[in-house]
Design a protein around this ligand. Structure first.
Ligand SMILES: Nc1ncnc2c1ncn2[C@@H]1O[C@H](COP(=O)(O)OP(=O)(O)OC[C@H]2O[C@@H]([n+]3cccc(C(=O)O)c3)[C@H](O)[C@@H]2O)[C@@H](O)[C@H]1O
Ligand SMILES: Nc1ncnc2c1ncn2[C@@H]1O[C@H](COP(=O)(O)OP(=O)(O)OP(=O)(O)O)[C@@H](O)[C@H]1O
Ligand SMILES: [Mg+2]
Length: 247
């Protein structure tokens, strides 16, 4: 589908979601990356007077905060910044200290523990703001991330609606270009920004290009196919509701 038409369709869908849920508006976390840049533009178009972008730095690089602010200017969305660096380090250190005290702490998982806590603290903060405003939290996960499970369960995955869930990353970029997203955001490598120099493709071990080809049924290398399948299988639980004991 033509990406201009896609934008109109998603904007209409967002308006319908607000109406059918009796919500007062929509908000999104703005990171300085392309997915949230596109979502911020879309919610501003759908709800010009009742949309909000929230910038949530956690010892984030100056560069990503700058890009987040640039994006706010570009799409003219109302915004606020809540720096939660201190809350993050306090909670992380306090809980890990308790684990250390009972001899259970595992240093090798420390980086991922810290990273996922960032995503979940952002989720909690977004919901605190959404509760107060009567808004819904809009997620930014795209088709590639959904398929590979490249998101934190109940972190950036903990949202009310997902406008990009079926959209490939390459189409998100094209939509970004059409919407006028700043060049610095369009040209940088996708990153969860959860630790220094993290990039999505290096961490997943496969390129977005291969993921999309695979999802379209096109031929890719055996190695990439194996990697994608493993990521998909390992993350199955994230795409389902929690299993429960049936009486
Ligand atoms: N089979 C199973 N059935 C039910 N639950 C299961 C389970 N296996 C693990 N779990 C649970 O899931 C947890 C692991 O899942 P999770 O906490 O998500 O953690 P995990 O999948 O290990 O890590 C999240 C990944 O997403 C990436 N990420 C996060 C945030 C944003 C972005 C981005 O693109 O911006 C990327 C991050 O870099 C990392 O690679 C376990 O601690 C356990 O609680
Ligand atoms: N510093 C931040 N402030 C507010 N929200 C954030 C921040 N970092 C991450 N998020 C939220 O988590 C989402 C997931 O991050 P992710 O990196 O997948 O998307 P992105 O940064 O928008 O695009 P890209 O994948 O190209 O980096 C973001 O889209 C955003 O909604
Ligand atoms: Mg990012």
């Amino acid at each position: 589908m033509d990406n201009k038409i896609l934008i109109d369709k998603i904007v209409n869908w967002l308006k319908m979601q607000v109406k059918s849920s009796n919500s007062k508006g929509l908000l999104v976390g703005i990171s300085g990356g392309i997915d949230s840049a596109v979502v911020a533009n879309l919610i501003k178009l759908a709800c010009p007077d009742n949309s909000l972008g929230v910038i949530l730095p956690i010892n984030s690089s100056e560069n990503s905060v700058e890009d987040a602010n640039l994006l706010v200017k570009q799409c003219k969305i109302s915004s606020l910044t809540v720096d939660i660096s201190e809350e993050h380090s306090r909670l992380f250190e306090k809980s890990m200290e308790k684990l250390k005290n009972i001899g259970l702490y595992k240093d090798e998982y420390s980086r991922m523990t810290d990273a996922n806590l960032r995503a979940r603290l952002r989720m909690s903060t977004l919901y605190a703001i959404a509760n107060n405003l009567g808004y819904m939290v809009v997620g930014t996960d795209n088709a590639d991330e959904t398929y590979t499970g490249y998101f934190t369960k109940y972190g950036d995955g903990g949202v009310d609606i997902l406008p990009l869930k079926k959209i490939f990353k390459s189409d998100v970029y094209e939509m970004g270009e059409i919407l006028g997203v700043p060049q610095s955001i369009l040209s940088k490598a996708p990153s969860a920004d959860l630790w220094e120099n993290q990039t999505d493709e290096a961490e997943m071990g496969v390129s977005y290009d291969s993921i999309e080809k695979y999802m379209r049924g096109e031929k890719i290398s055996e190695k990439d196919e194996k990697t994608i399948l493993l990521l998909h299988q390992k993350s199955e639980h994230k795409r389902n509701l929690p299993p429960y004991f049936e009486i």
